[in-house]
Design a protein around this ligand. Structure first.
Ligand SMILES: NC(=O)c1ccc[n+]([C@@H]2O[C@H](COP(=O)([O-])OP(=O)(O)OC[C@H]3O[C@@H](n4cnc5c(N)ncnc54)[C@H](OP(=O)(O)O)[C@@H]3O)[C@@H](O)[C@H]2O)c1
Length: 330
């Protein structure tokens, strides 16, 4: 049987167990031009929740669909000339054991690395950190880089890449334990608990020379505090808005936009990682070299079992993860 999680009930406010429904269906048969893929790992992403809010850079999820999500798997049967059984592929085929889909919707992974790296650090997560920071943020040695959700998948890599680029790195994360971990294990120069009182004051103390690049994973209060601490001609990399995904109605943006953007001559720029996929191969080679040389720690928070996927995604919004949250299937 093909075990699946369906997107059953649109959440009102926070995700809940009832958002999802367990389902078992026959294993699908691939048609001409398609392959049958067996899922090995699922990537859990804040975007999974954002897709329930309406159209984003992709269509919104519809109740009754198999829950969407990025995955890595193995081709077990092929009716397409380009792929053969045993090939490792990635794509968005959702929370299920098997999927039959056109080979054109899959990307073959040929880089020699464990699946734990291919599900995030050497794929969407690592590439988001790499392109967002280096291409959009344009950090220079000596700059101060501030990153929010710093103990998460993208944030933990942004901070380390910024250090490799010769920057001073400050992160924000939920709780003192995570902040201590960022400084101790990942080499952050300072970290601020955004859940504690006095957020702006604490970031100001951690960034005495102001902020040159703010890598924004969260929006919300951290963005508001960062805006007021940006240096002249600073860059704000708009990567995501995780503080506003798991809510009934997103809060309006900070009062300081556009005022401070004008007076400080800031550049505030959004991006989607796929925008840079023409440079993907080179970026992955560099990320892998840094990991192999021990200069970049790829932290993966693995959950075992497809049945745990909803609970794990709910946990992502409670900050239960450190680094990349993924689910090992089967
Ligand atoms: N633009 C792109 O192409 C692209 C690609 C991938 C991801 N993204 C974005 O990158 C961001 C990070 O994604 P990720 O995959 O690396 O997830 P992640 O950071 O591993 O997980 C989400 C983290 O957000 C934090 N969080 C939850 N609720 C929060 C709130 N109300 N305020 C502040 N922080 C909160 C939690 O950590 P705490 O314990 O610190 O609260 C949690 O660990 C997201 O906004 C995502 O949408 C963008």
């Amino acid at each position: 049987m093909n075990r699946q999680w369906l997107y059953a009930n649109p959440p009102r406010g926070k995700l809940a167990a009832e958002t999802f429904q367990w389902h078992e269906a026959p294993i699908p048969q691939p048609r001409d031009g398609e392959v049958l893929v067996r899922t090995r790992m699922l990537s859990l992403d804040p975007a999974n929740r954002a897709w329930m809010m309406g159209k984003t850079y992709r269509d919104a999820l519809e109740p009754g669909q198999v829950m969407s999500g990025f995955a890595i798997g193995e081709v077990v049967e092929s009716k397409s000339a380009g792929l053969t059984p045993g090939d490792i592929v990635e794509g968005d085929w959702g929370w299920q054991d098997y999927a039959a889909l056109p080979a054109a919707r899959l990307t073959q992974r040929t880089i020699a690395a464990p699946l734990e790296l291919l599900i995030g650090p050497l794929s969407v997560t690592g590439l988001t950190a790499y392109f967002g920071l280096l291409e959009v943020g344009q950090p220079k040695p000596g700059d101060t880089v501030l990153v929010s959700a710093a103990a998460g998948a993208v944030g933990s890599m942004v901070g380390q890449i910024a250090r490799l680029a010769g920057c001073r790195v400050v992160g924000t994360a939920g709780g003192q334990d995570k902040c201590d971990w960022l400084a101790r294990e990942l080499g952050f120069d300072a970290a601020v608990d955004y859940k504690a009182a006095g957020l702006r004051r604490a970031i100001a103390a951690a960034c005495p020379g102001g902020v040159d690049v703010y890598f924004d994973n969260t929006g919300g209060p951290v963005l508001e505090a960062a805006l007021s601490l940006m240096n002249l001609r600073g860059r704000i990399v708009c990567c995501g808005n995780v503080s506003q995904y798991d809510v009934e109605r997103p809060a309006p943006g900070p009062m300081a936009v556009p005022g401070l953007v004008v007076t400080k001559r800031l550049r505030m720029e959004g991006f989607i990682v796929m925008d840079f996929y023409d440079q993907r191969a080179e970026a992955e080679r560099r990320l892998k070299r840094w990991v192999d040389e021990g200069r970049l720690k790829a932290i993966v928070d693995m959950v075992d079992g497809l049945e745990k996927a909803p609970e794990a995604l709910i946990g992502l919004f409670e900050g239960r993860n450190r680094g990349k949250m993924a689910v090992r299937v089967g």
